[in-house]
Design a protein around this ligand. Structure first.
Ligand code: TRP
Length: 446
């Protein structure tokens, strides 16, 4: 399958303040991955997921702001990455329901997070489902919808999330089996090289262990927290072990190979812990300081972040909207006048395939005339900019219908490829007979 592009997607639950472990394990590698030449990336703020863990509205809002600001300060380019807030995409909860209806309940019974809670309850003599909301139970389905909605192929996650990706595959298979090959099976991407950062006490840095260093602590706070990292009691001049040293692992997560080697020598030569901590502080601060300024500027300017998220939501829904239409049709949620009843999924699928790609013309509230180009499967491939008259829009469409991809150079600046869509895919669709129609869902006058 040559048309298969790699599409990265990952979500960040908005229930806390980002710490250095989030930065090293998720933010930094994801931002780096998004800069790859062929990457299309979908990164989002999982605020529906946050509701499962957190019932403090102000905290959800604050965390959403802080996490969005952290990703942007860390170099996420919202032009390259489709960066959005989960709750701005109404198709996600809708797909959650579709998936709920194809996934066996037993699969969810076996989910690690749910099972852990049940085991804990059983051990303490409580009811098995004590303190378990239906939201916690359904967590993997919502996550499956996040992934399947945008046809992600690669999902960078920590090991603890791998089971969820497997479940998403199960849901996609179940759905496809019933309704046709619509959902893409995702793969977990577990970066072996991505460090699990130790926390202040040497265990994995995690909010649940209360051993974190906030990514954007002030210099003073950062210094103070680093001073509190556990070490052994060897004094200055006594050789230190790098293995099992949280301080060394943290240093390594930020340092170059040469810097790491130098620290290794310093350990062997018996560097005093106070000096090693000072080196760690300076090394981390060197990376964090420039981002810190940006972070504070962003947090002080929530409207700007909101605008970025709204733009991301517009890009995301340009994909999820049409795709959901296709999914609704597939399961039978249809306008009553639309096509005769189809009885089997095979026929259903054929009918979808038989229709070719299409142009849809419409007028926006800004008074301008636009069109979209959709694949035979209803996927949005291109979107035009506004034309002042319907005639100009029609001329552009006609040239595409007649000349196919050859018409594209002349239309440069008037058409945008949707994020994640490959030129090859567009060219292939343009080589087929294409229908054109006015889109009834938009009012077209004039
Ligand atoms: N469950 C993930 C976590 O806690 C967050 C998340 C929600 C996610 N939806 C996702 C991650 C979709 C990857 C893909 O880390």
């Amino acid at each position: 399958m040559t048309h298969k592009t790699q599409r990265f997607l990952t979500g960040i639950t908005t229930s806390g303040t980002p710490h250095l472990g989030n930065y090293v394990g998720s933010i930094r590698p994801s931002v780096a991955a998004s800069k790859g030449a062929n990457a299309t990336s979908f990164y989002f703020l999982a605020d529906y997921h946050a509701l499962i863990k957190c019932d403090e509205p102000a905290r959800i809002q604050q965390s959403t702001l802080e996490i969005a600001a952290s990703w942007l300060a860390a170099g996420l380019d919202p032009e390259r990455v489709t960066f959005y807030r989960q709750s701005d995409i109404p198709q996600i909860p809708e797909l959650t329901w579709f998936l709920t209806c194809v996934l066996g309940k037993g699969v969810l019974n076996r989910a690690h997070a749910y099972k852990a809670q049940v085991d804990k309850n059983t051990a303490s003599g409580a009811e098995p489902d004590h303190d378990v909301t239906a939201g916690l139970f359904m967590y993997p389905v919502l996550m499956g919808a996040d992934i399947l909605m945008f046809r992600a192929t690669q999902v960078p996650v920590g090991r603890d999330q791998v089971q969820h990706i497997e479940m998403a595959r199960d849901m996609a298979k179940g759905f496809n089996h019933l309704y046709g090959d619509l959902l893409v099976l995702p793969e977990a991407l577990i970066e072996a090289s991505v460090a699990t950062l130790p926390g202040l006490d040497g265990r994995k840095m995690s909010k649940s262990y209360d051993n974190t260093i906030p990514l954007f602590s002030s210099r003073d706070q950062l210094k103070k927290l680093i001073a509190g990292i556990v070490t052994d009691s060897n004094g200055p001049g006594v050789a230190k072990q790098t293995e099992g040293s949280a301080l060394f692992q943290m240093y390594q997560a930020f340092a170059s190979l040469e810097e790491t080697a130098a620290m290794q020598r310093a350990y062997a030569e018996g560097i005093a812990w106070g000096d090693a901590k000072a080196m760690l502080f300076e090394r981390i601060d060197r990376d964090v300081a420039p981002m810190r300024e940006q972070y504070h500027a962003l947090v002080a300017n929530p409207e700007k972040i909101e605008a970025i998220l709204q733009a991301g939501a517009a890009r995301a829904t340009a994909l999820s909207g049409p795709f959901m239409q296709e999914l609704r049709h597939a399961v039978g949620l249809r306008k009553l006048q639309a096509s005769a009843p189809v009885t089997s999924k095979a026929k259903n699928h054929k009918a979808a395939k038989a229709a070719g790609p299409s142009f849809k013309q419409y007028r926006e509230a800004d008074g301008q005339f636009y069109f979209k180009f959709l694949s035979a499967e209803g996927k949005l491939l291109m979107q035009s900019r506004g034309f002042v008259s319907p005639k100009e829009a029609a001329l552009a469409i006609a040239s595409l219908q007649q000349q196919g991809a050859d018409a594209l150079p002349a239309l440069q600046g008037q058409l945008d490829l949707m994020p994640g869509v490959e030129m090859l895919e567009v060219a292939a669709a343009l080589s087929l007979p294409i229908s054109a129609s006015k889109d009834e869902s938009h009012a077209i006058s004039g």
